[in-house]
Design a binder for this molecule. Sequence first.
Ligand code: GLY
Length: 367
Amino acid sequence: MALDLLVRYPGRSVRSRIQVRRGALDRLGACARAIKARRVAVVSDATVAALYGGLSVRSLERAGLTASLVTVPPGERAKNPRQLVRLWGWLGALGLTRGDAVVALGGGVVGDLAGFAAATWLRGVAWIGVPTSLVAQIDSCVGGKTAVDLEVGKNLVGAFHQPVAVLVDPDALATLPERHHRAGLAELVKLGMAVDGGLFAWTERHARRLRGRDGAVLEQAVARAIRVKARVVRGDERERWGGARTALNYGHTLGHALESACGYRGPLHGEAVAIGMRAAAAISTRVAGLSAAARARQDALLDAFGLPRRVPPVALEDLLRAMRQDKKRGAAEVRWVLTPRVGHASVPRPVDRRLVRSALIEIGARV
Ligand code: GLY
């Protein structure tokens, strides 16, 4: 299921062309030439660069562009201000100008970090996303969120900076480690639970083939997810207070807190979101009218994808503190995205502290 989608943002001249097609990596050069870049700075992580760095640089050079590749260490811990400063230094040494472009070749971490370097270099240069992980292809490649993490919280420093183009190559998923594959499936469950009951039902029907990494079904999943996410973010690019995009943070109140409380060495982002969705559904059954049957559907799908059921050994107080640091909190209280039905998450709302504590203890937080 190839896809060629132009995402426009009302009232703004920016637009992102998102293409999903097998073998898309080889078209990076043509894509960069189409946006009239001359010099291209490719940012990747060491693992992805070893697999696809050469192919990407060759494609750019074949198109007559000057390409340079730099790597950051793999994993969420590289998404920090120190690596960002390193990238700025490298862009400076290359002499990257406003007529040039940055390419983010990798998963969500590389997209966030390289995208933020592009957002800030010379007050903003063009960038192309080339997502290679399932989390990035299903979710983070759409919508222009870029950021780095701080010790005190995830994504606390960042910018909305839309990529001019996103090239999604489902073939790149073949080399993804199994754990990262499962973590990516969590984002598919999230999109379904939060904003699209049809996508959720489709995911249920194809769960076995998705878990089994069937290439054709994965390609369909990526294209469907991108359409759904694009529909949401084009109406609320900047995630207004109470806007439609906030629903996409279903599972994130606890998910981000878990990642940060574990020093970004614990669960992968998708795993943390899976645990966060289990807690959000438990709370939703108590205060948002989610039926026990709908909660069971969600949890069964997460189980089918082999996603974690319980929080890793983290103290309850550390989790509560990390939640208070999250940028999505209200002025005075931690807010949760809850859902009354599959596909209809609401805007974030405060939840009684005792209820949060009991939901967290229920899924393994240590008192
Ligand atoms: N990952 C949620 C969003 O992009 O809004």
